[in-house]
Design a protein around this ligand. Structure first.
Ligand code: PRX
Length: 659
């Protein structure tokens, strides 16, 4: 590092607040600070601003219906189609030749779909789905990696009113089966494989294995030939070749089905506190309006922009901010298939430079990895096309924030640290990039119209400087409507903690801890339930635990998150061997790891698996998870004298990080 750079780092280290650059403010979509009052004084009608970003087949009669809270309805009576909003209307407005999706494969091949091309592809695939028998409201499962056929399939589903359920390609065969079973999904779109660090991964065998676990008839499986070699036809009659079907239907015209605003657009499974993933239901009007609005106001997207969110479409971030939000606004959205360090650690910056990316949105985990790799990689590239940077998925530490600001944004780009969840559909707490002062590490105030508060365990708002829990006491258009087929669990999981049903007061509880400051900024402290956040991805400890205790020879297990300097959190497993298996730790460890990979996937791979004759328990027999977390994170261990078995603690702590 040069001396000049060194002093720059030192200056930034001291600096606690950052103002939006004038050059950014001048061109921003939303730059008037009055927007907060405008929304507050005109709630809920303020959401008209979001609805007006869409084209409606029929206008809505009511903004919000709250008679049956917390089963809220937004834009009631309105009709629209999401694929029409993301495609046709832009073509009709003359943007046929504007790039809609720019895709880059890991090996370097590229594909660009203009809005015109994308519309044709989507129509051809929509016609295909129809021919296969897919009807309105049938759930179509998409088990696909980052290839253009994934957003094409999503939009084709949306076009014919069939909700999609995308299963992250990195998830295991079991995870696919669980999700297809839960949604009674009879149709699957998948592919033969994809590339990771130069290797072709076999996705078809995993699909095949997953299908074996599906408890109902899956009538059709459409397979994209990503790898370009001869496709195996291992799934029998029900297997179809994507390219063949789309060629047959090339030129088809499929009218977008007019959907009710409250009709389901998609299902997305996410981890909760039990072993069973939750099917979060999002609707057509509210979700699309909300993602379009937040893409406009927070990401500042404009039709002329090239925008890149480096998430995977298999997670909510990709749904909202690779596909629906950006395409609803007519922006060019980038997709990259592979890893950021292949073939070199400058791959992302090469893509930014080559495509003149204007807005870049990524996860703190990625930023921490970039920091570790060093500044030489971004320095190799001209990143001056960038105007705005964003982060999502986990808290960002101020050091990583400042590194991003300096080395990627060249101190010229505002950063939005956006807090939200699968359930919220879109961003909830973040600065507006042209309006608010940025404070590294703090997400910011709630967005206009979003009534997020930090409260104590009684539901009273905490004073500035204090910590508590995030709650949201007014509904918003992008919110989940329910959990698929499980209204009861929906109420229990999100509304029971802080609501007062007798007074008809409903408060949404996202299960995050947070701190409030004097300016009303919210710093997110992390989950307060048994969900851990690995590299910005949500994993349920119970799901992992049930995989581990399924191993023969393991009697009991506790899974917790421990601090990790790149991933944010990592998975730690503490397990008790069954009698007679005490001397087989190496085999048990291997079997436990295998079980986790099989039931969830590599993302949940444990950092450490520690065997112990006992787990630390309170006198009433509850496992002391906090203590196990402290051990995993290498924290000072407080008083353990209230435990039934304090001696075990030291024994476990000695083992963690021992190798
Ligand atoms: O704990 C919060 C964390 O991620 C959780 C939501 O995870 P998921 O539904 O998978 O969605 C991730 C992408 C939106 C939240 O409950 N989280 C998300 N964004 C932030 C965050 N924590 C701190 N700061 C953020 N910006």
């Amino acid at each position: 590092m040069s001396q000049e750079e060194g002093s720059l780092e030192a200056r930034l280290e001291e600096q606690e607040t950052f103002e939006p650059p004038e050059s950014f403010v001048e061109q921003a979509n939303v730059a008037d600070p009055d927007i907060y009052d405008e929304f507050a004084n005109n709630w809920p009608d303020c959401w008209e601003r979001a609805a007006n970003l869409l084209s409606w087949d029929e206008p809505y009669d009511e903004m919000l219906v709250d008679d049956d809270a917390p089963f809220y309805e937004w834009f009631t009576g309105g009709k629209l189609n999401a694929s029409y909003n993301c495609l046709d209307r832009h073509v009709e407005e003359g943007a046929k030749n504007r790039a809609a999706i720019k895709w880059e494969g890991e090996l370097g091949e590229t594909r660009t779909y203009t809005y015109g091309d994308l519309l044709h592809e989507v129509e051809a695939f929509a016609a295909t789905l129809r021919e296969l028998g897919v009807e309105e409201d049938d759930v179509v499962t998409l088990y696909m990696p980052m290839i253009p056929e994934l957003p094409i399939a999503m939009l084709a589903c949306a076009r014919i009113g069939a909700p999609h359920s995308v299963v992250f390609a990195g998830f295991s065969a079991d995870a696919l089966a669980t999700r297809m079973n839960s949604a009674d999904s009879e149709y699957l779109v998948t592919c033969d494989g994809y590339y990771r660090r130069g290797d072709a991964l076999d996705h078809l065998s995993k699909t095949e294995e997953g299908l074996e676990g599906v408890d109902h008839d899956v009538s059709d499986v459409v397979v994209v030939d990503r790898l370009g070699d001869d496709l195996e036809h291992s799934l029998g009659e029900r297997q179809h070749d994507y390219d063949e079907l789309v060629d047959e239907h090339a030129g088809a015209s499929v009218d977008p089905v007019s959907r009710d605003a409250e009709d389901m657009l998609f299902l997305m499974y996410t981890s909760g506190t039990t072993g069973k993933p939750k099917g979060v239901k999002h609707t057509t009007g509210g979700y699309l309006a909300y993602t379009a609005w937040t893409s406009h106001a927070v990401l500042d997207l404009k039709p002329a922009d090239t925008y890149w969110c480096s998430a995977d479409i298999g997670w909510i971030t990709g749904h909202s901010y690779i596909v629906y939000g950006p395409l609803a606004l007519g922006t060019t959205t980038m997709m990259y298939e592979g890893t950021p360090d292949y073939p070199e650690k400058d791959r992302l910056w090469e893509i930014v430079e080559k495509n003149q990316v204007d807005v870049f949105y990524t996860a703190p985990t990625a930023i921490r990895a970039f920091m570790k790799w060093g500044t030489e990689y971004p320095e190799k590239h001209d990143l001056s096309s960038l105007r705005l940077l964003g982060t999502v998925g986990e808290p960002i530490n101020p050091r990583a924030w400042k590194w991003y600001y300096q080395h990627i944004g060249n101190e010229e780009c505002p950063i939005v640290d956006t807090w939200w969840q699968t359930e919220t559909g879109g961003m909830m707490i973040t600065t507006l990039p042209a309006i608010n002062t940025m404070k590294p590490g703090s997400a910011g105030p709630p967005l206009p119209g979003i009534s997020a508060k930090v409260v104590d365990s009684q539901g009273e708002e905490v004073d500035a400087g204090e910590a508590g829990y995030v709650t949201v006491d007014k509904p918003w258009p992008g919110m989940l409507r329910t959990l698929y087929d499980n209204d009861e669990r929906f109420v229990e999981e999100y509304w029971e903690e802080y609501s007062d049903p007798d007074a008809d007061e409903w408060v949404y509880f996202p299960e995050d801890g947070a701190k409030l400051d004097d300016d009303g900024y919210i710093t997110i402290l992390g989950r307060v339930d048994d969900v851990i956040n690995v590299s910005g991805h949500r994993l349920g400890t119970m799901e992992i635990e049930s995989a581990v205790v399924g191993v023969e020879g393991i009697a009991e297990a506790a899974v917790v998150g421990g601090d990790h300097d790149v991933k944010g959190e990592a998975v730690y497993v503490y397990a008790i061997p069954e009698e007679g298996y005490e001397d087989q730790e190496a085999d048990l460890r291997e079997a436990a790891e295998e079980a986790v990979l099989e039931s969830i996937g590599p993302i949940a791979r444990p950092e450490e698996i520690v065997f112990t004759p006992e787990l630390p328990k309170t006198r009433s027999g509850k496992i002391m998870r906090r203590l196990l977390e402290d051990i995993a994170s290498g924290n000072e261990l407080g008083n353990t004298s209230t435990l039934r078995n304090p001696d075990v603690v030291e024994d476990i702590a000695d083992q963690v990080g021992a190798d």
